[in-house]
Design a protein around this ligand. Structure first.
Ligand SMILES: Nc1nc2c(c(=O)[nH]1)N[C@H]1C(S)=C(S)[C@@H](COP(=O)(O)O)O[C@H]1N2
Ligand SMILES: [Mo]
Length: 406
């Protein structure tokens, strides 16, 4: 009979370190056995997230914030939502990381190391709003499949990197270039190495904007692994799915990029509005580009109480894709009348803007505060879910909080 194989001493000591205490009887643990303590990862610890964040899915990891957690002017990692389509890359070798530029519209394919990107190109820093196209999906009726995001799949952090435009110029792009598509190091949930978890992109006009970055820093530090370390594409104001994490390649295409999640119903909405629940042919779906105007009350938390005669100072953020927010209003009478909030200018193009207002309430009782932003083209947020679509994208209905005056 073959002897039962026991764990190696070195493996045991690394397991001990991971668990943080002695594994009693560890030497007689079977070879290859993974202790339960390591099979049930604590996502908050693993990703350095606040315990108040809400896990929507663990395969892949999808985690959202609550409105009041997004109160900071610049979102810190602790409160930044996580959206993954596949498995997070396990072995990231930042020292030898490189990006391959290819596709029909590059003059000659070329690979540039991360080190070269950092040393040969000028660095830029911007605050950039990233909102998942599916933020607000939980309100769709009939419901839409996918992560049931409420309001917390949005962030605005500071990103530092090089302009994609500068790098593309150095590579040499043909005149027929139409779109760029990214390729990333995460793996497809099926485990099939030939399939990409996601490979989206943007038209050349967006790729060439000042704020479109190949970023290597978030809030002044290395990007956390789950948010794209060591290199991430950032295309602020567009559905965050265009901002590829763990970038290994950029294809410059002579047609609209057709990578995974660019076609069919993914990140596309009916070109013309349809009735709720209606079936839509793929040919009648259009790619989501700039995100619609939206806002979020981040203080106080819904359910706050105050005494009669006290003034309530509310605050939050508003954003409008590639446009600016030009007006911000609130209502305490279910949308009958609206009052202006004060709204700050964005720190830079594509950054969210901060609003505040001081509110008095006429008598004791229950109130709701509704917030409504208007963009620079005069388009306002709708009060109820607009434009139903099969996959539940672009819900920019007004955010509301409940208040009790005692
Ligand atoms: N490589 C890669 N990039 C990706 C994704 C992904 O699954 N893999 N998800 C996209 C989607 S759908 C969103 S909403 C954002 C989420 O970014 P975050 O997790 O850093 O908040 O990343 C985008 N970039
Ligand atoms: Mo997303």
């Amino acid at each position: 009979m073959k002897r039962r194989q026991f764990i190696k001493k070195t493996t045991l000591s690394s397991l001990t370190a991971l668990i943080g205490t002695e594994i009693v009887f560890g030497e007689i643990m079977p070879l290859g056995y993974e202790p339960l303590a390591l099979q049930d990862p604590n996502p908050f610890k693993m990703f350095n997230k606040s315990k108040e964040m809400v896990v929507l899915n663990n395969m892949p990891w999808n985690i959202e914030a609550k409105a009041h957690l997004l109160d900071e002017k610049i979102t810190s990692n602790e409160y930044m939502f996580i959206r993954n389509n596949g498995k997070i890359p396990k072995h990231v070798d930042a020292k030898n990381w490189a990006v391959t530029f290819d596709g029909e519209s590059v003059k000659k394919p070329k690979t540039i190391t991360l080190q070269e990107l950092k040393t040969k190109f000028k660095h830029y820093t911007y605050q950039l709003t990233l909102e998942c196209g599916g933020n607000g999906r939980s309100e769709f009726d009939p419901p839409a499949k996918g992560n049931q995001w409420t309001v917390g799949a949005v962030s605005c952090a500071t990103w530092t990197g090089v302009r994609l435009r500068d790098v593309l110029k150095a590579i040499g792009i043909k005149n027929d270039a139409v779109y760029i598509g990214y390729h990333a190091a995460d793996t497809h949930l099926s485990g099939d190495p030939k399939k990409e978890a996601i490979s989206r992109g943007v038209p050349m006009t967006k790729a060439y904007q000042d704020e479109t970055l190949l970023a290597f820093k978030m809030n002044g530090k290395d990007i956390p692994l789950v948010h794209g370390y060591p290199l991430r594409l950032i295309a602020g104001g567009w559905p965050a799915s265009a901002s590829g994490k763990w970038i290994k390649g950029i294809s410059v295409r002579n047609k609209v990029h057709d990578g995974n999640k660019m076609t069919g119903k993914a990140y596309r909405v009916p070109c013309n509005p349809v009735a709720p629940g209606e079936k839509v042919k793929d040919e009648q779906m259009c790619i989501i580009e700039s995100m619609p105007v939206k806002s979020l009350i981040t203080y106080p938390k819904s359910g706050a109480m105050l005494g009669l005669g006290e003034k309530l100072k509310i605050r939050g953020h508003a954003w409008a894709g590639e446009l600016e927010v030009s007006q911000m209003e609130y209502s305490i009478d279910f949308g009958c009348t609206w009052n202006n909030c004060s709204i700050e200018k964005p720190a830079n193009r594509l950054a969210w803007q901060h609003f505040s207002a001081s509110i008095s309430f006429p008598k004791k009782g229950y109130y709701e505060i509704w917030a409504r932003a208007t963009d620079s083209k005069g388009i306002s947020q709708p009060m109820v879910l607009p434009c139903w679509n099969p996959k539940g994208y672009l819900n920019n209905a007004c955010h509301r909080i409940a208040i009790k005056v005692k």
